[in-house]
Design a protein around this ligand. Structure first.
Ligand SMILES: Nc1ccn([C@@H]2O[C@H](COP(=O)(O)O)[C@@H](O)[C@H]2O)c(=O)n1
Ligand SMILES: C[C@@]1(CO)OP(=O)(O)OP(=O)(O)OC[C@H]1O
Length: 171
C-alpha cells in the first residue's frame, strides 16, 4: 500500500532584545530603526541582532524550515555570516521559502503571533500581512498580544514571535 501524501506542520519561536542605549547612541540618528513584520516602524526603538532582528519574519521562516525538515535559521543562514549582516526579514523569509521549495515542499500557509506591549500592531496588520505574504509566496497571517506587562516582553525588554507553518509535499 502506498503512503498517503500528507501536509506537514512546523513550529518556531524567535526572540530579540530591543537595542540598548549604547547601540542607539551609535546609530545614525540616535535610534536603531525598528523593522518588524517586514515593515519599518518610525519612532520606535529597534531590535538587536546580526540581521535586522525582525522576529515576526524570522519565526515565519523558521516555521517553514521546521515543517519541511530543512533545519533552522542558523543552519541555513549561520549566526554571524558577513553577508547576513543587517539582512532584512523579508529577504530571509523569501530565501527560506525558496529553500523549502527546492527541497520538494510547497508552502501552504504561515500563522505568526507577536508578543509584546508595543508597537501597537493591529493598525498595520493588513500592510504587514501583505508584505510577508509577498515574500513567502503563501498566506502569512499575524496576530499580536501583550503579555499583560509580565516577563521580558511585558517589561519592554524585547519581542517574541511564535509561528506555525504548513507545507505540502510537491507532487
Ligand atoms: N503589540 C500589540 C499587542 C496587542 N495588540 C492588540 O491588542 C489586543 C489585546 O491584547 P491583550 O494582550 O491585552 O489581550 C490584541 O488582541 C491585539 O489585537 C496589538 O495590536 N499590538
Ligand atoms: C537571522 C540571523 C542571520 O545571521 O540573524 P539574527 O539577527 O541573529 O537573528 P536570529 O533570529 O537570532 O537568527 C539567527 C541568524 O540566522
Amino acid at each position: 500500500m502506498t503512503e498517503p501524501v500528507l501536509p506537514r506542520t512546523g513550529i518556531a519561536v524567535d526572540v530579540h532584545a530591543f537595542a540598548d542605549d549604547q547601540e542607539c547612541a551609535a546609530a545614525e540618528d540616535g535610534l536603531v530603526p525598528l523593522w518588524l513584520a517586514g515593515l519599518y516602524w518610525p519612532g520606535e526603538r529597534g531590535l538587536s541582532g546580526h540581521s535586522d532582528g525582525d522576529v515576526v519574519a524570522h519565526a515565519a521562516a523558521d516555521a517553514l524550515f521546521s515543517a519541511a525538515g530543512c533545519g533552522d535559521l542558523g543552519s541555513n543562514f549561520g549566526v554571524d555570516r558577513p553577508d547576513m549582516k543587517g539582512a532584512s526579514g523579508l529577504r530571509i523569509l523569501a530565501e527560506a521559502a525558496e529553500i523549502v521549495s527546492r527541497a520538494g515542499f510547497t508552502p501552504g500557509n504561515i500563522a505568526v503571533q507577536l508578543v509584546g506591549q508595543k508597537p501597537k500592531f493591529a493598525p498595520r496588520r493588513d500592510e504587514a500581512q501583505a508584505a510577508l505574504t509577498r515574500a513567502a509566496g503563501c498566506s502569512v497571517t499575524v496576530s499580536a498580544t501583550t503579555s499583560d506587562h509580565l516577563g521580558f516582553t511585558g517589561r519592554g525588554e524585547g519581542l517574541t514571535a511564535v509561528a506555525t507553518a504548513l507545507v505540502i509535499p510537491t507532487p
